[in-house]
Design a protein around this ligand. Structure first.
Ligand code: MG
Length: 481
């Protein structure tokens, strides 16, 4: 989402004129004292008539109490009370927008409310018993590599939240995900973190809601509107199982004050446009025929005192290792893999030695093109054994990208899906390493489907069948990533 650095110019969309934050410390001081925030805001060293002495310091005084868990910040303003229902909002282009001419805010004062009614609508929701929660992706605020220091941009962001708080008379919680993990929308981690930070009070998700501008709306959803840059807010709400609204429904149409309770958004606004596992047709018997054929060939080879080579062809996170470890190992295949053996040379040597001892071997690499496969075909030919290919051809880019994110976030997802009483914010596990996008780019750029003309005795088509252990992982796989 929004990285807080100046750069590109904003689009030409005209914006509603809204109350602006104070321009300088002097007016900030004035504004704080004029509202009921004044007494809360007043530090202990304030003199009798309430004049606050501000001294320049490196760590500016903050109205927000900040904590950090697994690179996600939780800030609280005025110590929010637990509640059974959350009124949750995205930040950028939902509650606020950039005031100046840049796409990204240039400093802590470069913002205004997205709609003039934002403070009033939120106040009313607070009065109705909702806990006000702000949930924002802020990957641009992560510290420099190898550092834990807040960057200048991160400090400006925190000052900006202070400035926003000065316009509010009610407590709120803000969560900002600076990492790329289960806390980053559309993954629902921040919703669960907000629940974990609710004093042990269970949250009624159906009575809560989330509002965001990244709703996957196509160009022209209102006159002159560009398409939404993402659908991550909508997918986040669907993942968390909470009703979803756009800022326009909440602030322009003011649907909250018209109806009680808040109506569920109509399904036709759910314009999700990303890979969804539930839409994937899965042939659960897909492996049976394939394995029967491989077993027959392997049996024939072994009866002649020979080995056999299977070359897998598939992108990262397509299930190659699972297929080799769970199915081919049962047939007696030994697995050769470049990641474990470190170099291509070592992998080829291992295959050669095993084939010469009449073993059954599976090469578990991506092997996308003819060049990457020819050396293994050559080894098999020299050893006088047959070589077959198994191509994971229905493992599309969308599916494997989904699997990659699912796999790397699984440890956090399992923890967050666990029972509330056993979860602690400071015990959230870290993610597993994911395969970088460049590995997928390379594979799909180089991919040439294997053929028998290339030298394979047979080319088998692999069918993607997900296997979940424990079975509860299946629900986590069905989330949007
Ligand atoms: Mg937004």
């Amino acid at each position: 989402m929004t990285a807080a650095k100046p750069g590109k110019r904003k689009g030409s969309n005209a914006s509603i004129t809204t109350p602006s934050p104070p321009n300088n410390k002097k007016s900030a001081r004035k504004s704080a004292q004029q509202t009921s925030l004044g007494s809360f805001f007043r530090p202990k060293n304030a003199d009798a008539d309430g004049a606050v002495e501000f001294k320049p310091c490196l760590t500016p005084f903050s109205l927000i109490e900040w904590r950090e868990f697994e690179s996600t910040w939780i800030g609280t303003f005025k110590k929010p009370e637990p509640s059974t229902k959350f009124a949750a909002f995205d930040l950028d282009k939902t509650l606020i927008e950039v005031r100046g001419h840049w796409k990204f805010p240039k400093d802590a004062n470069d913002w205004r409310f997205f709609h003039p009614q934002v403070p009033q609508v939120l106040q009313r929701m607070y009065n109705q018993g909702y806990k006000i929660v702000i949930i924002s992706n802020q990957a641009g605020l992560r510290p420099a590599k190898g550092s834990t220091e807040l960057t200048k941009t991160a400090k400006e962001f925190r000052r900006k939240i202070d400035n926003i708080a000065k316009q509010f008379d009610f407590p709120f919680t803000i969560l900002a995900a600076t990492g790329r993990n289960y806390m980053r929308k559309p993954s629902p981690g921040m919703w669960f973190m907000a629940e974990m930070d609710n004093g042990g009070v269970e949250v009624d998700r159906k009575a809560s809601f989330f509002v965001g501008d990244a709703a996957g709306r196509p160009a022209g959803w209102k006159q002159g509107a560009l398409e939404d840059f993402s659908d991550s807010d909508l997918a986040f709400a669907l993942n968390a199982g909470v009703p979803f609204y756009t800022p326009e429904e909440i602030f322009n149409e003011d649907i909250c004050s018209k109806e009680q309770p808040l109506p569920l958004a109509a399904p036709n606004v759910w314009l999700i446009d990303r890979f969804h596992s539930k839409a994937l047709a899965i042939d659960h018997d897909g492996h049976t025929k394939l394995l029967k054929s491989i077993e027959e060939l392997a049996g024939l080879a072994q009866s002649q005192g020979k080995g056999m080579l299977v070359v897998l062809v598939g992108p990262p996170a397509s299930g190659k290792s699972t297929f080799a470890n769970t199915h081919l190992s049962k047939l007696g295949f030994e697995r050769a893999n470049m990641d474990t053996l470190k170099t291509r040379k070592k992998c080829m040597d291992a295959v050669k030695v095993a084939l010469e001892s009449s073993k059954l071997v599976v090469v578990d690499n991506t092997n996308p093109d003819i060049a990457s496969r020819s050396s293994f075909l050559h080894i098999a030919s020299k050893a006088g054994v047959s070589c077959v290919a198994v191509v994971f051809e229905n493992s599309t880019r969308d599916l494997t990208t989904h699997n990659n994110l699912f796999r790397s976030q699984l440890r956090q997802a399992r923890y967050m899906a666990g029972p509330m009483e056993s979860k602690k914010l400071h015990l959230i596990p870290s993610i597993w390493e994911s395969v970088p996008a460049v590995a997928f780019n390379t594979y799909f750029k180089r991919f040439v489907a294997p053929t028998e003309e290339e030298g394979f005795a047979k080319v088998f088509r692999h069918v993607f069948v997900p296997v979940f252990c424990p079975p509860t992982d299946e629900a986590l796989w069905h989330q949007y990533y």
